[in-house]
Ligand binder design. Sequence first.
Ligand SMILES: [Zn+2]
Length: 234
Amino acid sequence: MPTPSNATSPSWGDVLWIDTGSVNVYLCRDGDGFTLIDAAMPGKADLIFARLAEFGGQPGDLKRIIITHADMDHAGSAAALQARSGATVYAGAATAALLAEGRSPRHMPPPVQFILDHFVRYKAVDRAALRPMSEGDALPVLGGLRVLAAPGHTLEQHALYSPTAGVLFAGDALNTRDGRLQTTPPRITADRAAAEHTAARLLQLSPVVIACGHGAPLVDNPAMIADLLARLPG
Ligand SMILES: [Zn+2]
């Protein structure tokens, strides 16, 4: 069973948790190199490469960057990380289209959305580096990383699950803000019913580690998973 290795650089086997301040990203270590799940806010490439070095990798060892959804706090440093590493960037089709333009998906309250649509861009990812992924794909990461459609927070989002490692990368489908396992907050949710369906589906995998975008990862806590499942409809 995965256990945190220490307090400053928590990892579970071949998965390293990086708290970038406002959002978590995760590094996965495999025989052929490393995979980054999500890419944090703009300006975080140096921090992520420093953590990669501590985990045993050079920039060129970063082979894959997987983006759960195109919000700026998950995609902001993707272009910089890709340019320095040469990594392939995996994303759903709609997410990839946004990454190629440095744009954010539509799911925020109207005043915030207006600002995002008109004034806020992050650096666009090189189209040649983008590879589409979709529900049912298995990526060569952590013994086979299953791609799961996880709509709700945004109309397109993907979660990733490694049955071998027992780790679920939930993006913003689940969070542990306030120390409690929760679904995406309603005010920033594109489709509430889809979000609840997604949360239930992911929790039914009974992951050992829920590696979420916000809040500390939930480790070996079936009681908290059962508690949230009981609060979800159907
Ligand atoms: Zn988000």
